[in-house]
Design a protein around this ligand. Structure first.
Ligand SMILES: Cc1ncc(COP(=O)(O)O)c(C=O)c1O
Length: 391
């Protein structure tokens, strides 16, 4: 069956909310994906940073198979060992506080928003987030998302959520106050095209949260789990969050999300305040623990920094040669802006060359390869980009 046939089936069976690339994958391993004809592609997107560990990592596959044979899910009415193990792992590798599990990034932000509102109480309903940020598609997460084009059709949204420019220190200072219960930030805004938030902005957010007793919520859904080098991107910034949101690579490809909060703040939810039938399933947590153990390896994290520096240098060379107008990156989270509105065309041409990349706008290309990608594939990506951009 060919691409036109799948597209016809898609149009008849699926709602039209995605723009899929015309390729069907049947298997994968590490940074390689294989289509229905057995053609190999180099994955430079890792499912939007959802499978940092690489496709079908043997430790994750073994954990899933082992767990699937014993117990897949049983709900949160009971205890299961993998849930306890993954919660302990997250607690011990971040802020030392307890964990709430959910099933996605949007759900993690919803949980953080509810926790912040309950923690702040009725006199502090206001939340501040950054323009251009992305926090998900459900109502709370969508309202936190600082991109009007994604929100307009779905008004009215959740009240008392305000946005300030992502580098606007003065606006942040003016907007956060005694009625603020939380400030939401990403360390690097990913969905909008990889824009790191300045140290000054992050430190000011921390200071204002401290001044007013608000919670600093760091959304590490895309930056977390060694994507930028450290296990969590905040660990390179000199600030500590009060609440951290995780999802994407937390499950090694299996859906799971989580929030963790500092000790004390982690006591905000009481029984009945929040929940989810599927969340923290033994299957997702077993896959998650296996994936996290791979991603927390200091050797892998050192390699992410080294490979990220090489990828950034290759992207900067495209800028120096006039093929791109700006390169940005932290670890293996990189993007380039193009001089013209050609990003969709370049994404399609890169697919033709066997490389999966993503256009976050008409002018911006984003690269989020699995962290296990090797130097040869990274060099191939840079060479293919040069060819396509020169065409
Ligand atoms: C920073 C950030 N937060 C939240 C989300 C939403 O995650 P999900 O698609 O799992 O709901 C994303 C997804 O791209 C993200 O990048």
């Amino acid at each position: 069956m060919s691409a036109p046939a799948w597209i016809a089936r898609e149009q008849a069976a699926l709602m039209a909310n995605y723009r899929r690339q015309p390729v069907m994958f049947t298997s994968g391993s590490g940074a390689s994906l294989y289509d229905t004809d057995g053609r190999r592609y180099v994955d430079c997107m890792a499912g939007i940073s959802m499978i940092n560990v690489g496709h079908c990592h043997p430790a994750v596959v073994a954990a899933i198979c082992r767990q699937a044979e014993r117990l897949i899910n049983v709900s949160n009415l009971y205890y299961t060992e993998p849930m306890l193990e993954l919660a302990e792992w997250i607690r011990d590798h971040s802020m030392g506080g307890r964990v709430f599990f959910c099933n996605s990034g949007a759900e993690a932000n919803e949980a953080a928003l509810k926790l912040a509102r309950k923690h702040g109480g009725p006199l502090r309903p206001e939340v501040v987030a950054l323009e251009h940020g992305f926090h998900g598609r459900t109502y709370g997460a969508l309202t936190l998302t600082g991109q009007p084009d994604k929100r307009t059709a779905f008004m009215p949204l959740v009240p008392d959520i305000h946005h300030v420019g992502r580098d606007d220190l003065e606006a942040l200072e003016d907007t956060v106050g005694p009625r603020t219960c939380a400030i939401f930030v990403e360390i690097v805004q990913g969905e909008v095209g990889v824009h790191p938030i300045s140290r000054e902005m992050l430190h000011l957010a921390r200071a204002l949260a401290d001044r007013y007793g608000a919670l600093l919520v760091v959304d590490e859904i895309q930056t977390g789990l060694s994507r930028t080098g450290p296990l969590f991107a905040y660990q390179d910034t000199g600030i500590e969050p009060d609440v951290m949101c995780l999802a994407k690579s937390l499950g090694g490809g299996v859906p799971i999300g989580a929030i963790t909060a500092r000790p004390g703040i982690d006591a905000t939810f009481a029984p009945g305040d929040h929940g989810s039938t599927f969340a923290g399933s033994p299957l997702a947590c077993a896959a998650g623990l296996a994936s996290c153990q791979v991603l927390a390896d200091p050797e892998l994290q050192g390699a992410v920094r080294a490979k990220g520096a090489r990828l950034f240098a290759a992207l900067q060379a495209l800028v120096d040669d006039g093929l791109a107008s700006e390169a940005r990156g932290r670890g293996l989270m990189c993007a380039i802006d193009l001089p013209g509105a050609r990003a969709a065309e370049i994404t399609a041409a890169m697919l033709g060359q066997g490389y999966l990349v993503n256009n976050t706008s008409s002018r911006t290309l984003r690269f989020l390869p699995p962290l296990v990608i090797d130097d040869e594939d990274l060099a191939g990506l840079a060479a293919a980009l040069r060819t396509v951009l020169s065409g």
